[in-house]
Design a protein around this ligand. Structure first.
Ligand code: FO1
Length: 330
């Protein structure tokens, strides 16, 4: 079943992959991706928005497939020169990527909002899906560690996620407001997908936006989450390491429980099928590893079919339940 309009909540690489699958499965103009901006920072005097760019490059098909972030066919001439001049070169900004940061920063200085700037950039790169920052005002993820409080990119890239994480907070969230475009997208959505992004570094910053969690709890569309934890490990990034350090069990069950109040259904990988009866909502067990365009689109289609079987205004119940769909006992 193809819902009319899907919202995906996404962070970096995992979110961008599933967004690409959703875009392909839905066709143009039916996907809105609401993206984490907690990773954004000021660097070289420019505003860098890594997750917005990762989603945009993936949806445009111009991302670097090896890293998942940055652009394909990239060169690093400016970065090298910056290093020679004693500038900061720990964050690998490519030359083509740099043009995006220059343009964004120029437009922001002229008074455009991040929502407007992001829309101009994605249109210029030919992306037919809407990409929305979760906030127009700065919200910055601060990682509290055994080495002190670290701005996100310093923890993630400069220190390679080595410090032990104690807690994570989102500075500026309490006084931020949901952009009108996000409100508008929520009004039209008939399926909402939490991508397999890091719960604490990617999805929680979005959910920390005032009013959003409540808005999702009462939203009539089915809300589906996809586990970023597979077989006791994170598909990518530090989610599993952070969970261990914060005293949590590294399991899709922990993630499902974390979103219990907002989700209607949860998707786990086949290798975690045995855990599905510990999850207190309907569960789809499938192959969640997205290695190519086919697997991204297949997972997206399965999630949409799963959503169609749950409640929602335009989601007529499907006549036959797939065998791998488990509902909790009444
Ligand atoms: N991640 C790294 O691990 N090292 C980098 O040097 C790096 C540079 C970079 C440049 C532009 C961009 O958009 C993303 C970049 N990333 C880099 C990824 C990024 O820091 C993280 O993947 C996200 O913030 C987490 O989702």
């Amino acid at each position: 079943m193809n819902p009319q309009h899907v919202i995906a909540l996404a962070g970096g690489v995992g979110g961008a992959k599933l967004a690409t699958g959703l875009q392909a499965a839905l066709g143009p103009d039916r996907l809105t991706v609401i993206v984490n901006t907690g990773d954004d920072f000021e660097h070289w005097g420019l505003t860098i928005c890594p997750d917005l760019d990762t989603v945009m490059y993936n949806l445009a098909g111009i991302h670097n497939p090896e890293t998942g972030w940055g652009r394909t066919g990239e060169t690093f001439g400016v970065l090298e020169s910056m290093g020679q001049l004693g500038g900061e070169d720990w964050f690998r900004l490519g030359d083509k990527d740099l043009a995006v940061h220059l343009r964004r920063s120029e437009w922001l200085r002229q008074g455009a909002t991040l929502t407007e700037v992001t829309d101009r950039l994605r249109r210029a790169l030919g992306v037919r899906s809407v990409i929305l920052p979760m906030s127009d005002s700065p919200v910055r993820t601060l990682v509290h560690t055994d080495e002190g409080d670290l701005p996100f990119q310093h923890y993630f890239v400069r220190l390679r996620c080595e410090p032990v994480v104690i807690d994570v907070t989102y500075v500026g969230a309490a006084s931020a407001r949901l952009p009108i475009a996000v409100e508008e997208a929520l009004r039209h959505a008939n399926l909402i997908v939490f991508c397999p992004s890091n719960p604490y570094l990617s999805i929680d910053p979005i959910l920390s936006m005032p009013g959003l969690r409540r808005r999702l709890q009462t939203h009539p569309a089915p809300k589906m989450g996809v586990s970023p934890i597979v077989g006791g490990q994170a598909i990518k990034g530090p989610a599993a390491k952070m969970m261990r350090e914060m005293g949590m069990t590294i399991s899709p069950v922990t993630v499902a429980h974390h979103y219990q109040d907002v989700l209607d259904g949860f998707v786990v990988d086949m290798c975690d099928a045995h855990l599905s009866d510990q999850i207190d909502m309907p569960v789809l067990v499938t192959d969640t590893i997205m290695t190519d365009q086919t697997s991204k689109q297949r997972l997206a289609t399965e999630i949409m079919d799963f959503g169609a079987q749950l409640r929602g205004p335009s989601s007529a119940p499907a006549p036959i339940q797939p065998q791998n769909l488990r509902s909790p006992a009444p």
